[in-house]
Design a binder for this molecule. Structure first.
Ligand code: 5GP
Length: 194
């Protein structure tokens, strides 16, 4: 069991509706030593990749991405949730359906901060159905940039996102893959990883 899986067992809370709360250490209160360890681990897993930028999505991806970026020595760009309609112009746009909030947001990235010379590592806290990641991937493609890899803290392996993203051929490295959880007992089951 790795350091993140151990922490999830210790402090994660299983909620009804397939929601895992990790807000005491990952996406509300943040344990910086833990996130630093995650950055070190992704740097090791993506050691052979030439990454010059990290892309994440507002809001909970930002803090994690900033700590991780220190291990790669690259800037972080985050996709912003935008209420106004951006049809074209100086931003890349994608539609993202939120798993937790059950609504759809338009997310945007300025064309100034992503272009065809960029080799991007995508970072996010959770992967559930994959909508957030697919939005980020489409923005990278729109920019003509390259997705070098994807780092996810917690993948919920019983939802479809991980399978879809791996079938598309992306190098997806999830530090913890939850294959099942029980809201009554609070138990969490992890997929074995090498
Ligand atoms: P997806 O787009 O893959 O369906 O969902 C990913 C996004 O939904 C993540 O950015 C994360 O913020 C949120 N999310 C999905 N599942 C969970 C969960 O079980 N717990 C928490 N805290 N957030 C989740």
């Amino acid at each position: 069991m790795n350091f993140l899986e151990e922490r999830i067992l210790k402090d994660g809370i299983v909620k009804e509706g397939n929601v895992l709360k990790v807000d005491s250490f990952l996406n509300h209160q943040m344990d910086i030593d833990l996130i630093n360890e995650m950055g070190r681990e992704w740097k090791r897993r993506f050691a052979d990749k030439n990454i010059n930028k990290i892309l994440t999505i507002e809001a909970s991806g930002i803090g994690i991405a900033c700590i991780v970026a220190q291990h790669f020595g690259v800037p972080v760009v985050f996709a912003k949730k935008s209420k106004s309609i951006n049809i074209a112009g100086d931003v890349y746009v994608a539609e993202v359906e939120s798993f937790t909030h059950k609504n759809t947001n338009q997310v945007i990235v300025s064309k100034s901060f992503l272009n065809e010379e960029d080799h991007v590592l995508l970072i996010d806290d959770f992967l559930a159905n994959g909508c957030a990641l697919q939005g980020l991937i489409s923005i990278v493609h729109e920019a003509g940039a390259t997705v070098e890899g994807i780092g996810i803290a917690v993948e919920k392996g019983f939802q479809t996102g991980g399978k879809i993203i791996r079938n598309l051929g992306y190098d997806l490295e999830s530090l913890a893959i939850v294959d099942g959880m029980n809201a009554e007992t609070g138990e969490v089951y992890f997929r074995k990883q090498d």
